[in-house]
Design a protein around this ligand. Structure first.
Ligand SMILES: *[C@@H]1O[C@H](CO)[C@@H](O)[C@H](O)[C@H]1NC(C)=O
Ligand SMILES: *[C@@H]1O[C@H](CO)[C@@H](O)[C@H](O)[C@H]1NC(C)=O
Ligand SMILES: *[C@@H]1O[C@H](CO)[C@@H](O)[C@H](O)[C@H]1NC(C)=O
Ligand SMILES: *[C@@H]1O[C@H](CO)[C@@H](O)[C@H](O)[C@H]1NC(C)=O
Ligand SMILES: *[C@@H]1O[C@H](CO)[C@@H](O)[C@H](O)[C@H]1NC(C)=O
Ligand SMILES: *[C@@H]1O[C@H](CO)[C@@H](O)[C@H](O)[C@H]1NC(C)=O
Ligand SMILES: CC(=O)N[C@H]1CO[C@H](CO)[C@@H](O)[C@@H]1O
Ligand SMILES: [Zn+2]
Length: 505
């Protein structure tokens, strides 16, 4: 009620100068000012979250740390205003980061499997195995285990033997070069102002480079185990993973199709859960590249049907990926997506939409189509702010935006994350979830670095209530069943209480 009164008062202020003078006269300037600050804090995301007495104490501790860290050093930028590539060492030594790392982070809802694991682990582990090979095709390089259809045998060499040819003191340099194939920080675009198209070329080249490794079953298994390990170590308890379900083969040349690939992953997750009682699990979202024909979309939707009926509750959604402004718009696929060639009804859609600065392309309107196609969540929604009617609909329908701060920065949408539209979504109480998209390709292991920017750059005024809202919302907007939600809630409550205690001690 109080918030409503202040808002009503502010509207009056805007309408009638005379009236406002009279109203202002009834209260002191300072009182009114404080009322505005208070009303704004209560209005935004997390503003109404209940905090018990321990949480209130933890909130004060956290706010003090935050304030200290946001004071910019010698008129320079605080880490929250810097590009992640430059800020990473500062963030790692920050007190707020250490708290966020410790914090249970609920579910990560937007993550691409082949870009999820640290590039450094891929180099230090997978490329040191005997089976690892590298194929060179003109200026492009691809990791692989067997010869690729696009890369002839005579261009493919064992990485072990290439490494053996390096001088003793050059193997480090060789490994760094190898890593540059799958890491944006090491690309030439890093040190100059590159266009979004150039950044996406580099970005897609990372996916192309790693693809071959993930088609080999032993590598696929080790990689996904490492994925679970990196996120669980970051205090994430549930993951919804986007993947293409590409075929996998084993050492005997036996091939595994999409259903068997899902089975393999299911076994890995089960084994990981057996060993880590606080890890709840994984769900899979079939995500295909938008660079496709109607016929290919038709097959992809049929594949979704077969996977989701074989693994109900495990394969739970469908998405289309790729650079939006240079690929087909959602609108161009709309009729098929509205009436998919499947009997089990409309898939649960989790579309990437509005991952774009938002000018002059049909794809600029992808967010409209995502809403019309009844997407349960929207990947990014960066351009939604420019749609004054649509964001009301998104809030009313409680479609959560999967916000990926560092991804948006690395891919050139915004340099200083304090200018990210998520600030507006938070202020307008539009539901968001913080997630890391492709952290393996830019050294942002897990999701805590993204939380750092969300907490420090998006919303300077918020404290623990905001974080509490975010992590419980990540469970709320997941594809978990009611029973699973109850189970993960039990895990989370214990972890959260321990976290709050640790923060106040
Ligand atoms: C790769 O990681 C696995 C699992 O952590 C480990 O058992 C194996 O020894 C590692 N291999 C190399 C070559 O580092
Ligand atoms: C590699 O093999 C292809 C045929 O598969 C041949 O055209 C090409 O000349 C060969 N390249 C080299 C470097 O031997
Ligand atoms: C080590 O690297 C330096 C510079 O690249 C080179 O001059 C030197 O010969 C190398 N030493 C050995 C032992 O390979
Ligand atoms: C970019 O610049 C930094 C600092 O000047 C340098 O250390 C790094 O090697 C450069 N990276 C690339 C990919 O050129
Ligand atoms: C898009 O599809 C075309 C034709 O299938 C192919 O040549 C091209 O490499 C694809 N581009 C990407 C980025 O996948
Ligand atoms: C929930 O937890 C209980 C007790 O650990 C377990 O028996 C049950 O299978 C779990 N349910 C789901 C859906 O994970
Ligand atoms: C069909 C289509 O427009 N495909 C384009 C998708 O975007 C990539 C670049 O990311 C282009 O190479 C494709 O031509
Ligand atoms: Zn994505």
């Amino acid at each position: 009620m109080y918030v409503k009164r202040v808002i009503a008062f502010l509207l009056l202020l805007r309408c009638s100068k005379v009236q406002s003078m009279t109203l202002a006269g009834t209260k002191s300037y300072e009182e009114l000012r404080a009322a505005i600050v208070d009303a704004e804090n209560k209005y935004g995301l997390g503003g109404k979250v209940f905090l018990n007495s321990d949480e209130l104490r933890a909130d004060r501790v956290l706010r003090t740390m935050k304030q200290a860290e946001l004071q910019s050093p010698n008129r320079g930028l605080p880490a929250a205003g810097m590009h992640f590539f430059d800020a990473k060492p500062l963030i790692e030594s920050s007190a707020v980061f250490k708290v966020l790392k410790l914090m249970p982070k609920g579910a990560v809802l937007h993550l691409h499997n082949s870009a999820a694991v640290s590039s450094n682990w891929v180099i230090k582990n997978l490329t040191y195995r005997q089976e690892a090979k590298l194929c060179q095709l003109e200026e492009r390089y691809y990791f692989t285990v067997r010869s690729l259809h696009n890369c002839p045998d005579n261009q493919t060499r064992s990485i072990h033997s290439i490494r053996a040819e390096q001088q003793q003191n050059d193997t480090d340099a060789f490994d760094i070069w190898l890593e540059s194939l799958i890491n944006m920080k090491m690309k030439p675009t890093r040190n100059r102002s590159a266009s979004i198209d150039e950044l996406w070329l580099d970005f897609e080249s990372c996916f192309d480079a790693i693809k071959g490794f993930l088609q080999y079953k032993p590598f696929f298994e080790a990689y996904h185990w490492q994925l679970l390990h990196e996120f669980h170590s970051d205090n994430v308890y549930h993951i919804e993973l986007r993947m293409s379900f590409a075929r996998v083969f084993d050492a005997d040349g036996k091939e595994y199709g999409p259903v068997e690939v899902a089975q393999i992953l299911h076994r890995i997750v089960d084994e990981f859960r057996r060993q880590h009682s606080t890890f709840h699990g994984v769900k899979l979202i079939l995500a295909k590249h938008k660079n496709m024909s109607d016929g290919e979309l038709d097959s992809a939707l049929k594949l979704y049907e077969s996977l989701s009926t074989t693994f109900p509750g495990f394969v739970t959604g469908f998405d289309l990926v790729g650079q939006e402004d240079s690929n087909r718009s959602l609108k161009s696929f709309a009729s098929l997506l509205m009436q998919p060639p499947i009997s089990s009804g409309l898939p649960r859609y989790f579309f990437h939409a509005g991952e774009i600065v938002g000018y002059f392309s049909e794809a600029n309107e992808n967010v409209i189509d995502a809403v019309l196609l009844d997407a349960k969540r929207i990947g990014h929604g960066y351009a939604l702010m420019k749609h004054p009617i649509l964001w009301h609909a998104v809030r009313r329908k409680q479609i959560v935006l999967e916000v990926c701060p560092i991804s948006n920065q690395v891919l050139g949408l915004v340099r200083d994350l304090r200018n990210h539209p998520a600030s507006f979504y938070i202020a307008q109480n539009i539901p968001i979830t913080i997630t890391s998209d492709d952290p393996g390709f830019w050294d942002a292991t897990g999701v805590t670095f993204d939380f750092y920017y969300a907490f420090m750059a998006f919303a300077p005024q918020v404290g623990l209530g905001f974080l509490k809202q975010l992590i419980w919302d990540s469970i709320r907007y997941s594809s978990l069943s009611d029973e699973e939600r109850r189970n993960v809630t039990i895990i989370m409550e214990t972890q959260w209480d321990a976290f709050v205690r640790e923060l106040t001690d």
